[in-house]
Design a protein around this ligand. Structure first.
Ligand SMILES: C[S@@+](CC[C@H](N)C(=O)[O-])C[C@H]1O[C@@H](n2cnc3c(N)ncnc32)[C@H](O)[C@@H]1O
Length: 296
């Protein structure tokens, strides 16, 4: 564990992408107050995921206290105009978990938006426009249960200091279906409207376990949309204290903003570097390591 970056890349926007092999709770306590603009992260959910180093089973009370102190640390290092996007999912047996975490963090910051990250959806278009199509799309992992519906969503809690920060909704907006709205509404000068808080972002499907170097990664598009929603301002600094295999780092590389990421597992850190090496190599694809997503 070290205060020196394990690897640094020059961001295309002029800043830097710094990856640290470090315990983020210790590292954040040494960071300057108000030194970060956006935190996008997904902490361990304490549901027994099989990580390489982190043991994902603490007594519930200890875990919630840990998340509470995480919220305090983030609130200290976050700029007064900053945003925390905290991705947490529940389990079928423990649907309160994400809300217990959000409640613990709300002791330090205000919950401004609740975003639903939807991984799979079925849309009966007859209800919407009378057509006969049924769209069923996204990642589907069957569960064997007579009690529970399949859980296709996780939360992204958007916290700010005062709960009243202006966000850049149209940066992730969607085109109007009815184009006559453009011009009818004062706010609708162009063909974009608020997307709302339901974000359908599927995983890329992989076929074998060997293709999956991390048990709980999110797609790069998720942090990318969070950062855009916060607003791409000059000199923006983004932090992911639980970096995993670097989805937020890749999002920052794509957006050309500065990034700091902490991870306690050297193997995950190496994988983040592999993805960034690919991104920055002259022949590399921007579309990096999406292969790490969920098993079908
Ligand atoms: C849910 S995963 C994050 C996955 C990440 N969003 C991605 O897309 O790859 C949580 C990560 O936190 C790491 N972790 C656990 N405790 C940590 C700590 N104290 N400091 C830094 N990383 C930690 C785990 O090793 C795990 O990779």
């Amino acid at each position: 564990m070290s205060d020196k970056p394990f690897r640094t890349y020059g961001s295309r926007g002029g800043g830097s992408i710094e990856l640290y092999l470090a315990d983020s709770m210790a590292a954040m306590s040494r960071m300057d107050p108000r030194s970060v603009d956006v935190v996008v992260t997904s902490p361990p959910y304490n549901i027994g995921k099989k990580y390489g180093v982190h043991v994902d089973r603490m007594p519930r009370h200890d875990y919630i206290s840990w998340m509470e102190s995480f919220g305090r640390d983030v609130s200290r290092i976050l700029d007064l105009d900053g945003s925390l996007f905290l991705n947490v999912g529940g389990t079928l047996e423990d649907p309160w978990l994400p809300w217990d975490v959000a409640r613990a963090v709300s002791n330090s910051m205000r919950l401004q938006n609740v975003i639903h990250w939807v991984k799979s959806i079925s849309l009966d278009l007859q209800e919407a426009d009378g057509s006969t199509s049924l769209i069923s799309t996204g990642h589907f992992k069957p569960i064997v249960s007579k009690r529970y519906l399949n859980d296709f969503q996780e939360y992204v809690f958007h916290f700010t200091h005062d709960g009243a920060r202006t966000i850049d909704k149209l940066s992730i907006g969607v085109p109007y279906k009815d184009k006559s709205n453009i011009g009818r509404w004062k706010s609708a000068g162009r063909d974009l409207r608020d997307r709302g808080n339901i974000w359908f972002i599927p995983y890329e499907t992989i076929r074998t376990r060997e293709q999956r170097p991390h048990p709980a990664s999110f797609p790069v598009k998720l942090p990318e949309m969070c950062i855009r929603l916060h607003g791409l301002t000059e000199g923006l600094v983004v932090l992911d204290p639980f970096m995993g295999i670097g989805a937020t780092a890749v999002a920052c590389a794509r957006l050309g903003v500065s990034f700091k990421g902490y991870e306690i597992d050297g193997a995950y850190l190496e994988e983040s570097c592999r993805r960034l090496d690919m991104f920055y190599s002259p022949t590399g694809s921007e579309d990096d390591g999406a292969r790490h997503q969920s098993l079908q």
